[in-house]
Design a protein around this ligand. Sequence first.
Ligand SMILES: [Zn+2]
Length: 481
Amino acid sequence: MREQEIQPDFDAPTQGGAHDAAPTGGAHAQEPEAAPTGGRTIQEDLEHAMRGWGADRRAILGRLQSATAQEKAEVRGNAQLMGRLRRELGERNFQTALSLLGATQGGQQQGGQQQGGQQPQGRTRSGAVSGQSAQIIAQRAQWDQTIMTSRDGEQVRDAFARYWNVQLSDNAQNSNWSVSLLRSTHEALKALPDQDTRAGVWRRLNLIDGGGGSWAAGQGQFNLGADAEGRRAQYGNRRVDWLAAVVRHEIGHAVDTALGGVRAFKQNVGGWNTAGTLNDTRSIDTWANQMGNGWTGRGGSPSSQERAQIKEHIKNFFAAFRGNIGASGRPLETGTQADHPIRRYLNAGVPVIDVAKACAAAGPQFYADSNARRVVNGKIYSINPYYGRLQSCNAAVGQTILRNYQLFSEAEFFAEVYTVFYEGYDPQSGGQPGRHVPVPEWRNWLLQNVHNRGGAPDRATERGQTNPSVGIHAGQDGAPS
Ligand SMILES: [Zn+2]
């Protein structure tokens, strides 16, 4: 996809205050998640996992796997609980539960296959999730436990890589993967649906300096800035955990990649359109046509010869910003002679020049500057100086700001809506995400096309598949390469 191809290494700039992130000043107080048995009975744990809108099969099966013999007997002896488990889990997963409880001969499947083994589909027609699936589920519960409780950095890194089936790497000069950073990242990832985090699209988590993140689609690589930890950022009227927001944002890009570009959202819902980049000055004419009559203002219209000079100047002017998010804006007429046509039409109300002027003054931070939101015929037009791209979107995108960064590009619009869509969502208890997305059209699109799309890993688990291309990570769950 074009967006990601030209956006390999930049995203979510955090230095310079564009996103309002600020260190909290205090230590990042990370509450360790309650261990499976944290003071509660197994019945309470299971009921907790079955609470709400949908049962968390993974939590239930993981808890059963870690149950003591006495706890297993307790569950087996509780007919009401067993009935509830059957209803909540469905027949196939219930068979797995039975085997974990030692209540059926289905247990003989356990250990029958090694990790990574190919498993013919249909083998589990009898109804049971394969022993391999159950084994993976149980292992993930153990890795989760390690990540959340171990103080051994190497152990936690290893468990993290296995749990998420990603490679961990470190390109940061000033920091290393710390246990607390991995734990916080892990918790943020667990607050997203499996179908998004574990679709196999995201394959590497790379530590970088700074406090932002980025997504490199070609490599399936999520770059995470070490300084994101412990900060908070403003989204609407809420102060949210910045690290968790970066995680949702970059996974949002991964979902964009997985779904092939979410064109329907960007173009139909957001009205995003591009006339191309300033590599070719003819793009400016295309853009002017999209505006209606973008070359004509109240104070006149440049001749074709003047337009050629103006276009050449705009191209060269914005070239200096390309790929440089830290640059400062400056007047569009900078460096031109007194008789240059750009000066003649600077205040003539010519839409092309007005938009260019506003974005030139704002520079690469144009998205955060309300003066750079020029509306022409119901759409916001902008030049993204970072990409040198001539773009536009529906005025509505600028009227409901989740975070200013949604105006940076169509890809960021999707990623930011996704970020807010899953804010405060808890897959463990189910329920509807999206309560912080105030625009019904945005929220409903994500509900229908992202949240309820019936994505892979969960379904694959249900079917006992471990090696579909869209399944539990191509059967490699336990063995990241
Ligand atoms: Zn982004």
